[in-house]
Design a protein around this ligand. Structure first.
Ligand code: ADP
Length: 463
């Protein structure tokens, strides 16, 4: 599964699980709190209800009451667990709610009276009496009486407690689930970042020059792809490093030989051991040319590799260039007793830089003479291959193993340096391939050891 899908799935599942748990836990704690609240309230209200007739008969048994205050103090004594509000018409004239530090405000409504109770903390509770109240006569005139059991007044406080309990429950649930979320996030981050940590450690090893560092690819997601790329990068760096080391030592070696030759010859001339004549100067010139050739080859290679070499392509029949170069080698072939047949089966034109094409052909034919002379055969052919024209140079020399076939196109590769003459640097084929590619062509080799090899040069023909 892709990393993006994994992360999305993890976040979605965690969020759903947490939200679901929060919802469920909140539901359960709300239900419990409400059931508890109702149980307690119903019992208390049941105990505290006061009957109208009972109150009226109690008042009647008492000697006549003077006014609202006397009525209130009588009721206070009689029903200590009740709160009373005494109205004269629609006006509230006395109450005993201050006993519970409550302020009372009354509002007359079409359907009875509404009492607003405000406690010390400013919490309000509203009680609506829909009944007309109990009419009581005192000496000053008729009054209307409303009452409430103390426990009901206490209801506001209970509601506050319920709210507080719910708040506490919610906060606790939230805290517990936040903790779970933190642990889940940490586990997720750990799971996703662990391979990156390992990758970082491996990069450190690469930095420290341990270029054989490789990581096992155990995952199929993006992390697996990164590890795969890391291994590729490490292999490429190791290869480059190897090539660089070979190149520097080969280059030092190749330059040292002619330079030492020049130095010792000049010293010998100074000491009068050899004469300073044209022959000696000729030797010096040949050593200098060897150095110049190395520098030119290197320059050419770096230019082609950087795709900076200017080429001048023109449409020309490859066969014409091949025939021309082949004819230049006829004499040499005769002298070295080499059979060198030429077969032209394709005369189509391709877009090539003629001088660079010549350079490639010369290098391939030179190699044929240098490395496959014992086969006594160097065949050249130009043949069609769908939209390509191919030039094949086939020898019957020692041939190349699969590994060698790959390596001969690397710079400075020489299969047997001891066999190579001083003009062999191992750059020829690397340059030839780069040149062919620069002209949108290709150069490859096919070979069987003991059966010689065939170098195949391909260029696209005119459509
Ligand atoms: P150079 O000829 O300067 O050594 P090249 O790049 O032309 O460099 O060749 C690289 C190596 O490839 C040679 O050193 C030789 O070992 C091998 N090689 C090239 N051509 C042939 C061939 N026709 N048969 C066998 N080996 C060859």
């Amino acid at each position: 599964m892709k990393l993006t899908s994994k992360i999305a799935l993890l976040v979605a599942v965690s969020t759903l699980a947490l939200l679901g748990s929060y919802y469920l836990l909140s539901l359960i704690s709300t239900n419990n709190a409400i059931v508890d609240f109702q149980e307690r309230s119903s019992v208390v209200i049941g105990d505290a209800l006061l009957d109208n007739k009972l109150v009226l008969s109690e008042i009647r048994q008492h000697p006549p009451l003077q006014n609202a205050e006397e009525l209130l103090s009588f009721l206070n004594r009689q029903y200590s667990n009740q709160f009373f509000a005494v109205f004269n018409g629609q006006k509230l004239i006395a109450d005993n709610f201050d006993r519970a530090a409550l302020k009372l405000k009354s509002t007359s409504l079409a359907s009875g009276v509404q009492l607003t109770l405000t406690d010390q903390n400013g919490h309000k509770s509203v009680i609506h009496f829909k009944n007309p109240g109990l009419n009581v006569d005192v000496n000053t005139g008729p009054l209307t009486l409303y009452w409430l059991p103390e426990t009901l007044v206490d209801q506001g406080k209970k509601q506050d407690r319920l709210k507080e309990q719910l708040n506490n429950d919610f906060t606790l649930t939230l805290l517990a689930l936040s903790l779970v979320a933190i642990v889940l996030s940490w586990l997720g981050a750990w799971y996703f970042l662990l391979p990156l940590k390992v990758l970082k450690a491996n990069f450190k090893q690469l930095e420290q020059g341990m270029l054989d560092t490789r990581m096992p690819v155990a995952r199929l997601d993006e992390v697996g792809e990164i590890i795969h790329s890391f291994n590729h990068l490490a292999a490429w760096l190791q290869d480059m490093n190897q090539q660089y080391k070979h190149m520097s030592s080969d280059l030092a070696h190749e330059l040292r030989t002619p330079l030492t030759g020049i130095q010792s010859r000049i010293e010998a001339m100074q000491d009068g051991i050899v004469p300073s004549d044209r022959i000696q100067l000729g030797y010096l010139l040949s050593d200098l040319e060897a150095i110049k050739r190395i520098v030119e080859d290197l320059n050419l290679l770096s230019l082609t590799e950087a795709r900076q070499l200017k080429i001048h392509p023109q449409w020309i029949a490859l066969a014409d260039v091949v025939v021309e170069i082949h004819s230049n080698y006829k004499e040499r072939a005769r002298a070295e007793n080499m059979e060198m047949p030429l077969e032209i089966l394709d005369r189509r034109e391709a877009s090539v830089d003629v001088s660079r094409l010549r350079q490639i052909l010369i290098n391939l034919l030179d190699n044929g003479f240098k490395y496959a002379a014992e086969g006594g055969y160097l065949g050249v052919s130009v043949a069609p291959e769908s939209e390509w024209t191919t030039v094949r140079i086939t020898d019957q020399g020692p041939g190349l193993s699969k590994n060698q076939q790959h390596k001969i196109f690397e710079r400075f590769y020489r299969q047997d340096p001891a066999r190579s003459d001083k003009k062999s640097l191992g750059l020829g084929l690397a340059i030839s391939r780069q040149l062919a590619e620069l002209m949108a062509g290709s150069l490859e080799v096919s070979s069987n050891t003991d059966r010689g090899c065939t170098f195949i040069l391909r260029f696209r023909t005119q459509p």
